[in-house]
Design a binder for this molecule. Sequence first.
Ligand code: XIL
Length: 718
Amino acid sequence: MKKSTLCAIVLTVLFSACAGQKVVKQEPVQEPVGVAESGYAQSFETDNGGFFPRGGEELLTLSTESAHSGNYSLKVENRSKAWHGPSVRIEQYLEQGKEYTLSLWVKLISPNASQLQLSTQVGEGNAASYSNIARADISTASGWLQLAGTYRYDNTSSGYITVYVESSTDAPASFYIDDVQVSELISAPLVLEDLPPLKARYEGTFLIGNVIAPTGTSGQRFELLKKHFNILTAENAMKPSSLQHDKGVFTFEDVDKMIDTVRAEGFKVHGHTLAWHQQSSEWMNYDGISRDEAIDNLVTHAKTVAGHFSGKVISWDVLNEAIVDNPQHPTDWKASLRQSPWYKAIGPDYVEIVFKAAREADPEAMLYYNDYNLDNQNKSLAVYSMVKDINERNPQVNGRPLIDGIGMQGHYVTNTNPTNVRLSIERFISLGVEVSITELDIQAGSNSQLTEKQALQQGIAYANLFKIFKEYAQHIGRVTLWGLEDSSSWRAATNPLLFDKDLHAKPAFYAASDPERFIAQNEALLPQDAKRVDARYGTPTIDGAVESLWNGVPSVNVDQQLMAWQGATGTAQALWDDSNLYVLITVTGAELNKANTNAYEQDSVEIFVDENNHKTSFYEEDDGQFRVNFANEATFNPASVAGGFVSAATVSGKSYTVEIKIPFKHIQPADGTEIGYDIQINGASASGIRQSVAIWNDLTGNGYQDTSGYGILTLTAK
Ligand code: XIL
């Protein structure tokens, strides 16, 4: 559908709901098929329309400080958790099985930049499931921004359904909301396609899983689950706060029913999770609790829950997400532990304590440690070190270590480097434990939109991973997808799953089903060979003036755009001598804005250097990223590469020139030496957020942590 048609439809929605008072300042982000008349609409002109604070302590007030329409909006302050925010019950406007457009407008008050998301909750307590409908990067300069998406309410029987706004990270933000709209979509009926069952493709290879909620055991979605998957994880229902919300009160009933039903249909069940710093009630490990009481809470919960489900689950995520992101000293696993409430109350031995409790209560179930971002080599090394140490100190019982397995959640993006996933799988296998992929999804596109090209790129990403999973299948117990269709994903806005909202298979499905074939059919999308350019021998003065030495030095165009906006571009040349690399970059079409506190969001150039050209999927010691803005302010990644760096910058109109000296620290440069090299230009908008990224070679945007996509610079002409 063309953008103009799309605008017209969404405009109709907003106008019809609000009697023509609306001024639409941003383009709408979502594409309804058709809109029915009933629904919920709220513009806060007379009252707060039933909105309440999700966490209880947020401040919601009607405000005239800013409004998307009319005079009032709802001001939201005093949030302290990512999930806090304004929420409203909408079940009375919904009919089971129908699909709805959810939309509202937000405007950020503080901090300067944040990420807000529109989400929906279905059910309460341990029956609750939560889906993110739309997400936006927003700054105080963005003004009013629309968050919109669609959701199919397959089950309304809980009688409790809300839409709400929250942060996607832990940053508490204050903001206004206005013009909330929930309206029915006329969408295609759900028809199951005739596809080869995924579980049959992987029979005898590994189990293939998905997620379920207690309300999800009937209907077309359940039929699709039964067709393709043979093991289920409760997406939320078996987490600590769901099963023991109040101390001593275990609520097993809904989950028991769910497990009985799915087991009767032939599914196996995996348990998720006994201990986690999220979705855990505060009484369990509040600030200031004594070590003894915390241990008692941890052990009681783990034993009661694992004992209750013993014989019904084949495995447990005993502990979830205990290691920090990108730990600096990964071989010291205790120093790499997240400062979670459990850690603060008990100390590092809480890890062993909860595994022992689980083993005692259910000696049969495979016990897993589960975490995300395990493609990060530092994080995977920390997990490896932890499991190794604990398993070495605890004697095996019946040939089994205390920690049987490591779960790699696998919440990925299309440019996640599969080599890093492979390296981590190999590292974990070397411990003699089982590996499972426990929450696989791959984000692509945005605002619930996925272009054809993005869908194929996502397919390639799935195919690359499934190819690797097949190679290591002997050590992989299970591959579980974190959701069935995009619109019910916790990351619905970024379309991460195998099926679309109408339950039709996406390219990602065919990629997961037959990865080799998918890759062969889509070769054109595979990474191209690295570009090459020569550096000439010579030593320029670093003063920002272009001396004659630079004349005739080969120049590359830095003009491949990585974002939707086509912004600043430039050219780059390189010289070298026995001690240094010299780069001259000229940028045109820049706003010359450096208002953002994130250096990469300022008008700036970046040079990526991989001295030994090893093209590793992670940074080695010789790898570095050097950034200079148009005002000659430099930043470095990692900070340790700063030594000996010199730069100069000159500005002329909307252009600027940067001249840079980077010392060689790890190689002896010689005629013919090849180094990994790339150039990036960040373009800021007039309001101070990054709106464009132009690059010479590496289109993945991953150069800050991965050198495998860099171009090649050959040192010549000495
Ligand atoms: C997510 C669920 O999918 C959402 O519905 C819920 O709002 C938050 O939790 N790592 C985990 C999972 O281990 O439990 C999380 O699931 C996703 C990240």
